[in-house]
Design a protein around this ligand. Structure first.
Ligand code: NAD
Length: 541
């Protein structure tokens, strides 16, 4: 620390701009959108001070207009990944020993750059590259990323303040060292904020690392790197590489200095990475920290006392915003038979009122899904539901990939609580409803709990006893549990996010708990008057 016990600015959530017609922010983001859309960019690898164009490239296309060419990103070879590790380890000593307030300042500055001069660029990049409507882009790439950066700084100081008891003759101190090695951050396509947080949370705590963004998020990932550089992050602290994920992981996970994995993505990929780390355990200097937030099969359960309109709105927003591509999106719903007709009427009305198309047209609530593989997977499950005897399509069910990867928001009704779309994570605008007998409340809670995932879930009920029963019966069914709300929309500093079972290690992104994983505390005891005789009083005659 420098010469003072410094206090950081109090973290506050970034206010969400409305982008309503006539507002200056609407005009500004549309201008940024047009500019980006009509220019071609090349995304290099960021290794130390170098921006490397390898010549081995892949194209970037907006999911809602897949024939449009936004530019290309460069892919790493094995040698580039090795170089990134070397450069990170060379940067480590200086960064790890820099005073915390200097590290804090870099990330606080990054937050303000996103809140101000980079806001429309990062939002427009997220709208274009990940097909988010402006509201979804604003709450993610601007507000949530700003919140991660600001709140993590405050949490870091809280950790540092946590110190052991001392006595007058001995002073005990805890020093929160970064890990002895580098951290590997692997991020998903669906949140620009998560992509920014995965490498920056460990870096804030003094770590260096390699960040591998998703192939489908490189476009906004580049803006994040631009912001970090502008904020003064020293070269080599965060190195961004793209390319074959398996090759990159193979090189990184066999390195002796690999010290931690900060992952968000699907359950299968995470489990395989964990296994690979286990197989390499004898090679490492330290036991690596493994943090992974993974898939979900998030639920809504309505008690017979719930208000049908509220249940319907929780479904329409919870299942379909960002085309259902939130890890928290509702994808299985349990409704009492007596309530269904009314809920169905409202949901069908909502879905029929959704407009779908490019995010540039701000009247569109729904845009495209991320890529062809996702489109094809969703089409397959929708077609199966059309043919299976235990399922029917209530609304939606069409898809069209001629211009973009457009899948209509779809509600499936099933009388089989274990129907495939009640159990498999689809990660798209498809929600399945199962109707239960009104007097089977307790049995239905057991059904809800019986899932390999445990990320988010919601109960809607006017009956307090029923809400209490569900809270207890479903205590292990969700890491983020909502009462009378939709299961999406966690806010940093307010609802720490993460789930257990197959949904992750539940280290709660955007909370103090996550930051503990990126430090290795050293206890220092200093004795003021050092003993000079080994004999204790009990040895006396
Ligand atoms: P994904 O698993 O396909 O990809 C995630 C990352 O892993 C990407 O960077 C990808 O390139 C990389 N990857 C893929 N194969 C790999 C391999 N063999 N070795 C190493 N890395 C590999 O996930 P996605 O489609 O980008 O994101 C959607 C998934 O993420 C969903 O399952 C969703 O539930 C989950 N998710 C979870 C949370 C959470 O907080 N729990 C948040 C966001 C997304």
């Amino acid at each position: 620390m420098g010469k003072g016990v410094f206090q950081v600015p109090q973290a506050v959530n970034e206010p969400i701009k409305s982008y309503a017609p006539g507002t200056p922010e609407r005009e500004a983001v549309l201008k940024a959108y047009k500019e980006l859309y009509n220019s071609k960019i090349e995304v290099p690898l960021y290794i130390g001070s170098e921006e490397i164009k390898t010549g081995d490239t892949a194209p970037m296309n907006p999911p809602h207009d897949h024939q449009h060419h936004l530019g290309d990103y460069h892919k790493a070879s094995k040698e580039h990944v090795e170089k990134a590790i070397k450069v990170a380890m060379e940067a480590r000593e200086k960064w790890a020993n820099l005073e915390w307030e200097q590290r804090a300042a870099v990330f606080l500055k990054a937050a303000e750059l996103i809140a101000g001069p980079y806001r429309y660029k990062i939002n427009a990049a997220t709208m274009i590259g990940q097909s988010k409507n402006i509201f979804q882009a604003e709450i993610d790439s601007a507000c949530e990323l700003i919140d991660f950066l600001r709140f993590n700084v405050e949490y870091m100081t809280r950790i540092y303040e946590e110190q052991p008891e001392s006595s007058s003759d001995a002073w005990n101190r805890l020093e929160y060292r970064p890990l002895e090695g580098f951290v590997y951050a692997v991020s998903p396509f669906n949140f620009t904020a998560i992509a920014g947080n995965l490498p920056s949370a460990p870096a804030l705590m003094g770590n260096v690392g390699i960040w591998k963004p998703s192939d489908s998020q490189v476009y906004s990932a580049q803006v994040i790197m631009e912001v970090f550089k502008e904020a003064g992050l020293p070269d080599g602290v965060i190195n961004m590489v793209m390319g074959d994920p398996k090759m990159i992981s193979d090189v990184i996970l066999e390195n002796r200095d690999f010290a931690g994995l900060h992952f968000t993505g699907s359950t299968t990929v995470f489990k395989n990475l964990w296994k690979q780390i286990g197989n390499n355990i004898h090679n490492y200097r330290s036991y690596p920290r493994i943090v992974g937030e993974t898939g979900g099969k998030d639920f809504i359960i309505a008690h017979p006392s719930a208000r049908p309109k509220q249940v319907a709105t929780a479904i329409s927003r919870g299942a379909f915003e960002f085309q259902g591509q939130k890890c928290s999106a509702a994808s299985r719903v349990y409704i009492p038979k007596s309530m269904w007709e009314e809920v169905k009427e409202y949901v069908v009305e909502d879905v029929n009122s959704f407009k779908m198309g490019s995010p540039e047209d701000m009247g569109n609530f729904i845009t495209a899904v991320i890529h062809e593989a996702s489109f094809d997977k969703l089409a397959k499950f929708i077609d199966a539901a059309k043919n299976d005897s235990d399922a029917e399509i209530v609304v939606g069910g069409n898809y069209n990939k001629s211009k973009g990867w457009f899948v209509e928001p779809t509600v499936i009704l099933t009388d089989n609580p274990k129907y495939s779309t009640m159990c498999t994570e689809l990660f798209g605008p498809v929600v399945t409803v199962y109707l239960y007998e009104d007097d089977q409340w307790n049995e239905t809670l057991k059904l809800v709990d019986d899932s390999e995932y445990a990320l988010t879930g919601a109960i809607l009920s006017q009956d307090r006893y029923a809400a209490a029963e569900a809270t207890k019966a479903l205590q292990n069914a969700a890491g983020n549990f909502y009462i009378n709300d939709k299961p999406t929309g966690a806010v940093v500093g307010q609802q720490p996010f993460g789930g257990a079972r197959g949904s992750g290690t539940n280290d709660k992104a955007g909370s103090i708990l996550n930051l503990y994983r990126w430090i290795s505390p050293r206890t220092i005891k200093e004795t003021f008057v050092t003993p000079t005789d080994y004999r204790y009083p009990f040895l006396g005659e």
